[in-house]
Design a protein around this ligand. Structure first.
Ligand code: LMR
Length: 328
């Protein structure tokens, strides 16, 4: 077993029998914050590890550390540069300290549906954006989509005015904060893993996340129901450090990148199914789900228009137009 693998296992309690790493292999540690399975990112990370551990056996191995057990999203980018972890997939919303371009993905009601998201992520403009943090030593390998977000609170939300005066947990993101202010609410930036307790204790009244995150984290438990707003994308950047990638022998790097590309395509093709399954589980748990009429939806869209105006300069009109083109 490689030294780094042993140390990480001892420190963070990874069970010895689960360690796929042997002496001499390049150890790829993947740190993320969601559950190890049952959601788009957890499943994709597990699939990536399974492929690498089977197909690169003897040369490389992957260990996955889920549930923020190794690093939280606020620390993982620095950990990549320090060589304490080799792969991460933070949400694009959490990367605004490194580039303002990814604010594009947080514009409310930007994409009309999942197909438009896929079209943009696969477009030339989407591909160019993968390299937005290269000057800082990061290499974006792929986007991992995770679905659209839904609002919930401890009282029914049908119109933006229903959110006035409520406190919502948000990801650390200025765009998310502006979105909540546009609703007349207040925003609290909290790490993902603290959100369930914050809802249960009443520290916050509401949240916004995907069906998969709402189900796997039981965010619905302290809420009055979920409103199907589909208001904002949750997508991740599968990211590594330029220096680690460049340190790999050519053949190892090529095989690793080929597996990453295949797994990413499969993962993105599975998102809608996983999201639907978790929505069904929430329904089966007896949680009311409120659909918006098209008139109600239009009121949400209008309420959030100031958010676009505020961040257009950071993102650039050309990029926004390229994303809007994907809706056609
Ligand atoms: C969140 O903090 O709500 C998400 O970024 C968590 C995740 O990685 O899906």
């Amino acid at each position: 077993m490689a030294l780094a693998a042993t140390a990480a296992g001892m420190l963070f309690g990874a069970p010895a029998h689960a360690d796929p790493c042997q002496s001499g292999e390049t150890v790829i540690r993947f740190s993320h914050v969601v559950t190890p399975a049952g959601n788009p990112k957890g499943d994709a990370a597990a699939r990536l590890a399974a492929r690498i551990n089977a197909e690169m056996d003897g040369r490389a191995c992957m260990q996955v550390f889920a549930n923020a057990q190794l690093f939280d999203d606020d620390a993982v980018m620095e950990a990549l540069l320090l060589g304490r972890v080799e792969l991460a997939a933070p949400s694009l919303a959490k990367l605004e300290a490194y580039t303002l371009k990814y604010r594009l993905f947080d514009l409310p009601f930007l994409f009309k549906d999942a197909a438009a998201v896929d079209r943009f992520l696969g477009s030339e403009a989407g591909g160019t954006l993968l390299g937005a943090m290269r000057d800082l030593g990061f290499r974006g390998l792929a986007y991992w989509n995770s679905g659209l977000k839904q609002f919930s609170a401890n009282r029914p939300l049908l119109l933006p005015a229903d959110a006035a005066g409520l406190k919502f947990r948000i990801q650390p993101s200025d765009v998310a904060e502006a979105m909540i202010s546009a609703l007349g609410g207040t925003a609290l930036r909290l790490p993902f893993r603290e959100t369930r307790d914050a809802l249960a204790s009443g520290q916050v009244d509401g949240q916004e996340n995907t069906w998969s995150n709402i189900y796997t984290q039981r965010f619905f438990a302290a809420q009055d129901g979920i409103t199907e707003t589909n208001h904002q994308l949750l997508a991740y950047l599968l990211v590594t450090s330029e220096s680690w990638l460049n340190s790999l022998p050519g053949a190892t790097r090529d095989q690793f990148l080929a597996i990453v590309a295949e797994v990413s395509a499969e993962a993105n093709a599975s998102v809608q199914r996983i999201e639907r399954e978790n929505r069904d589980r929430i329904v089966a748990a007896g949680v009311p789900i409120r659909a918006l009429t098209s008139e109600q939806r239009q009121v949400w869209v209008e309420a959030m228009r100031p958010v676009w105006e505020r961040f257009e300069g950071d993102i650039g009109r050309e990029l926004i137009d390229a994303a809007l083109d994907a809706n056609r």
